[in-house]
Structures are given as C-alpha cells and as structure tokens.
Design a protein around this ligand. Structure first.
Ligand SMILES: NC(=O)c1ccc[n+]([C@@H]2O[C@H](COP(=O)([O-])OP(=O)(O)OC[C@H]3O[C@@H](n4cnc5c(N)ncnc54)[C@H](O)[C@@H]3O)[C@@H](O)[C@H]2O)c1
Length: 258
C-alpha cells in the first residue's frame, strides 16, 4: 500500500499558497492549509484541495510569526494528519505602507522580519526537530521549500524591509539545506518574480505597463500555478538532488541585460 504523505503550506488561504496546496492535493497529499485570518477563503481552499484529490484536508488558523501559534499549528497538523512530510514556507506580507527607506519605520521593519523571516525560519526548525528525532520514519520522503522573492536581490527603495526579509530567507534556505542534506531532505528556495495575486493588486497598472515594456523578458505576469508546479516537483521527489537550489520563477527578470 502506498504511504499517504502530508504537506503543510503556510498562508495557503489564497494566492500562491492556495495554488501550492491544490497542486499537492492533486499529487495525493493530505494537505494542511494554514491561514492567518480569513476562514472563508481557507474553506474555499479546502474545497479545491478535496476536489483535486486530497485524501484529507484541514485548515488551521495561526499567525506564524507568533511562536506559541506556530507551535500550536504544528501540534494540530500532527494530531489531524500525522507527521508533516513536506513543509512549504509561503506565508509573507508586504509592508502595510510603502515608504522610502529614509522614512520607513522601525515598527514596519520588525513586523516584516518577524512574519517573513523569523516565522518560517523557526517553523522549519520545529519541523526539522520532529524529523530528526524520529529515526523510525527516516525513510519517508521529506522536503522543504521557502518562497522568497526577486526582492531577495533586487532593491525597491520603498520597501527595504521586505527586501531584507527576503534576502534573509535566501540564507535561511541555504542554512536548512546544509543542515538537512545529510538526512536526504532537500531544501530549496523558490524566487518568484512579479506575480498576479492580491499582494500586487494595488500596483497592477504600474506593472502591466512595465511588463509590456519588457521588464520581464517573457512579457507576462507570473501566476500562482507557476510556483505550484515547482513545489509539486519537489514533493514528488523530482528535485531530490537539488538541495540548496534557488529556483527562479520570474520569466527571466533576473537576467542582467545590456
Ligand atoms: N505576489 C508577488 O508578486 C510575489 C512575488 C514574489 C514573492 N511573493 C511571495 O509569495 C508568498 C505568497 O504571496 P502571494 O502573492 O500569494 O500574496 P497573498 O497576500 O495573496 O498571500 C499571502 C498569504 O500569507 C498569509 N500571511 C501573511 N502573514 C501571515 C502570518 N503572519 N501568518 C500566517 N499567514 C500569513 C496571508 O494571510 C495570505 O494568505 C509571499 O511570501 C510573498 O512574499 C509574492
């Protein structure tokens, strides 16, 4: 009998996280949809996961930047679905207000670093501890992905704290990749470009024009499914020898051109 595997996707009520959850459901995973506050969006995500083939799907509310909530999240997922096999660190936020780095507040910096960097870093630590403590199930196929951004290496002067949080995620991914590689657990960073989701809805017109003008060599917006295909490949085991890889999903945005 084939083993049922479990995936935990943070911030999966909508957007990229939702598409990742649905993609993993289609791969036959039991899916834990973590959401921050919108329970009806999370319920919709669950319906889509079930329709896609998830044997079981649960929604778990938690703010991943609050340590007690992150611990409770993991406990609940383990109680409902068993041990996590695949962790997708997707949850993230943009600053509530875009402000030049001369003006931006310390409060916004602390907030973004807490949600976008400390949250995923320590959630990965908690999951990795359960894996390494449980030698009996060491043969299960496990994996971790961090969703960073082209902002890990591209400056935006009106959201410095976001860029720094994503640059930090790039290092977090390398650290966990090195730590878990001897255990045959691949960890990758996925670096999306300009993606059509709620996060970018307020700046859609600006990016429509920039994309049409060639900022993105493939001349289109990224869509959540562009990222979901990568996480599905990771979860299937197609990227098992790619520990520490950075997978750009940006239509060629990162290519320096003359
Ligand atoms: N949209 C883009 O252009 C783009 C580009 C590069 C990277 N990304 C990254 O992709 C990821 C997904 O973003 P998206 O575009 O789908 O945006 P989104 O705003 O639609 O989704 C982000 C999700 O994360 C959740 N979230 C935020 N803070 C949380 C917290 N503290 N605890 C739990 N959940 C939390 C939100 O509730 C939301 O469901 C983010 O990490 C984002 O930084 C997005």
């Amino acid at each position: 009998m084939t083993q049922v595997r479990t995936a935990l996707i943070t911030g999966a009520g909508r957007g990229i996280g939702r598409a990742i959850a649905v993609g993993l459901a289609a791969e036959g995973f039991q899916v834990a949809v973590n959401y921050h506050s919108n329970s009806s969006a999370a319920d919709e995500a669950l319906e889509l996961c079930r329709a896609a083939g998830a044997p079981k799907a649960v929604a778990v509310q938690a703010d991943i930047s609050i340590p007690a909530e992150a611990s409770k999240l993991l406990e609940t997922v383990e109680a409902e679905l068993g041990q996590v096999d695949v962790l997708i660190n997707n949850a993230g936020r943009a600053p509530s207000e875009r402000a030049d780095i001369l003006e931006a507040s310390r409060e916004s910096f602390d907030d973004l670093l807490s949600v976008n960097l400390a949250g995923p870093y320590f959630l990965t630590q908690a999951v990795a501890r359960t894996w390494l403590a449980d030698t009996e199930s060491a043969t299960r196929r496990r994996a971790v992905a961090f969703i960073s951004s082209i902002s890990a290496e591209t400056v935006s002067l009106n959201r410095g704290e976001y860029c720094i949080s994503k640059a930090g995620i790039a290092m977090a991914s390398k650290l966990w990749a090195a730590r878990l590689a001897p255990h045959q657990i691949p960890v990758i960073e996925i670096r999306p470009g300009i993606m059509k989701t709620d996060m970018t809805s307020a700046v859609q017109d600006v990016y429509d024009k920039k994309i049409a003008d060639g900022l993105v060599p493939q001349r289109r917006w990224g869509v959540p499914e562009d990222i979901a295909r990568i996480t599905s490949a990771l979860a299937r085991g197609d990227l098992d020898f790619c520990s520490g890889a950075v997978v750009y999903a940006d239509g060629g945005f990162h290519i320096s051109r003359l």
